[in-house]
Design a protein around this ligand. Sequence first.
Ligand code: AMP
Length: 396
Amino acid sequence: MSDLVLVINAGSSSIKFSLFETSKTDPVVLFKGQMEGLYVEPKFSAKDADDNKVANETLPADAPKTHDYALRFMLEWLQTRIAGRSIAVIGHRVVHGGTTYSKPVLVTEDVIKGLEALIPLAPLHEPHNITPIKILQDLLPNVPQVACFDTAFHTTQPELNQLFALPYEFAQKEGIRRYGFHGLSYEYIASVLPSIDTKAAEGRTVVAHLGNGSSMAGLLGGVCQSTTMGFTALDGLPMGTRCGRIDGGVILHLMNHLKMDAKQIETLLYKESGLLGLSGFSSDMRDLQESDSPRAKLATDYFANSVVRETAALAATLGGIDALVFTAGIGENDAHTRQAVCHQLRWLGVDLDETANAVRSGEPRRISLADSKIAVYVIPTNEELMISRQALACIA
Ligand code: AMP
């Protein structure tokens, strides 16, 4: 029976997978796992539907450490567990769709060429998204593949919110514009909002995707109007190791005065800044919240303050705000950050229910008081499920 959807999320050093079955109305996960440490010391791990660990192994030292081998290994592992069933479609997370792809697309040779043309817009990520597509074309030539984009959800932004105030030709000819990312997460949140709060679903909702990578988006009736990430996933909020919003003049100063070259600046902005740079010791929110170091407090305060600032800015683009949603690792789990943000947004009409905010749960929940002008929710995101839905819809 051909009823399974394989979701692939590949990066430079890891490949994550989720296998869904589709006999129910919405795909249901059967296995999920990853091969991490590619090209160094690959380790394979997997969990079943109940979150039990069902694999955890380091590959033999003489095994190839490549994407190609990792995908073969994963497929063989899955094949032994899905006897009699087969994969109907493979959905891939692809970071950049540029202005070409505003929705998921069935992979063809032309699409692969289209994706390769976008590599200059995301040189650190796009090649690693394309490689598994090509490998799986060889390994499973009869299984359709669908590319699902992190940028697609944001193509609905009005042009004003997509532009930088550079000469207009830079947007038109060079594609230098605000694309926005984490679109699969926002799309998932938009898809579940109607069952949680119809006013939020139909109205003005700001979604805060706060994780290692963080961004926010303003949705009007579930459609994106504005977002904090821009040309790259560096803009907007500070992140684990990325600086977020920065004055372009700082880059010029680093080059001209401190004589840093492009590679050094890239490392500084992407790997040494954000929570790590401000705290001086960790990019992990849990470490910072547990620490009594003043620099940890500086980092967490800066983070919360940035979320507050961007909430107000996004609300302004929506003409007001009916609901605020927290999601992703920090948004779903860190009551301190949510509390700091909500307290600073009291003036806007946010009234936090402190007890509800302190509850730990993996379920969507309201954390504002019943009479809060702005409803506040914690909603766990599920990008893999979104990809599986998009892949299925694409071949339907
Ligand atoms: P993500 O990239 O969505 O997996 O999120 C990773 C971030 O979530 C890291 O900064 C983690 O420290 C943070 N995180 C995960 N669990 C918790 C928790 N229980 N409390 C605070 N932060 C958490």
